[in-house]
Write a protein that binds this ligand. Structure first.
Ligand code: PRP
Ligand code: URA
Length: 217
């Protein structure tokens, strides 16, 4: 039996469609064109699910039949923040759902030898403390990069419970590291894999997401 997820972690339902999309991007023989296309399909599902977790307020509108409809509208402003480089692949999926959404960037790179994250740069919307933040990174391995990015957001006075971390593939170790430190933010992921190998890569995983999306043939 699978251990229960912490309450602030949401894994997309394991539909046939999602399983098929994940199988394509996990396959080492999938070329870059297909990797981009099918990753984008999963990113779209993640963004749609992430938006389901944003709060709404009541809103009444009048329809063309001159009838009042008691509906809702999103409460508050949002922005996206991508962890460069791989997180940038998720920006278009967010833009496709949220027209002219503001996007901030945090450049964090894992050291290839130690797998420890290093923060190089951040540029965030000036009013980010007043927004819900959709934090974008496809891979959650040790959790080091995500934790560093969350520290940057909190230092900019983003409220922890206004952070939604959208992620394609997570390891149990990464989920534990992030949720042990932060219990109020939410993680939305498409898959929680078995674990990490000795190079701190996710297994079965899909390899280096950034290389496969941006540079490999
Ligand atoms: C990858 C990935 C995450 C990080 C995950 O980025 O996109 O940011 O590793 O690993 P962690 O949970 O152990 O920190 P990487 O630093 O390789 O850079 P890239 O985005 O340029 O591929
Ligand atoms: N970064 C990746 O792109 N893949 C992993 O499995 C771990 C870190």
């Amino acid at each position: 039996m699978k251990p229960e997820l912490p309450p602030n972690v949401v894994c997309l339902p394991r539909t046939n469609q999602l399983e098929a999309l994940l199988t394509i991007i996990r396959d080492k023989d999938t070329n870059r064109g297909d990797f981009i296309f099918y990753s984008n399909r999963i990113i779209r599902l993640l963004v749609e699910e992430g938006l389901n977790h944003l709060p709404v307020v009541e809103k009444t509108v009048t329809t063309p039949t001159n009838t009042e409809f008691e509906g809702v509208s999103f409460k508050g402003k949002i922005c996206g923040v991508s962890i460069m480089r791989a997180g940038e692949s998720m920006e278009q999926g967010l833009r496709d759902c949220c027209r002219s959404v503001r996007i901030g960037k945090i450049l964090i790179q894992r050291d290839e030898e130690t797998a420890l994250p290093k923060l190089y740069y951040s540029k965030l919307p000036p009013d980010i403390d007043d927004r819900y933040v959709l934090l974008l990174d496809p891979m959650l391995a040790t959790g080091g990069s995500a934790i560093k990015a969350i520290e940057v957001l909190l230092a900019h006075e983003v409220k922890e419970d206004k952070i939604l971390f959208l992620n394609l593939v997570a390891s149990p170790e990464g989920i534990e590291a992030v949720t042990k430190k932060y219990s109020q933010l939410k993680i939305v992921t498409a898959s929680i894999d078995k674990g990490l190998n000795d190079k701190k890569y996710i297994i079965p995983g899909l390899g280096d997401f950034g290389d496969r999306y941006f540079t490999l043939p």
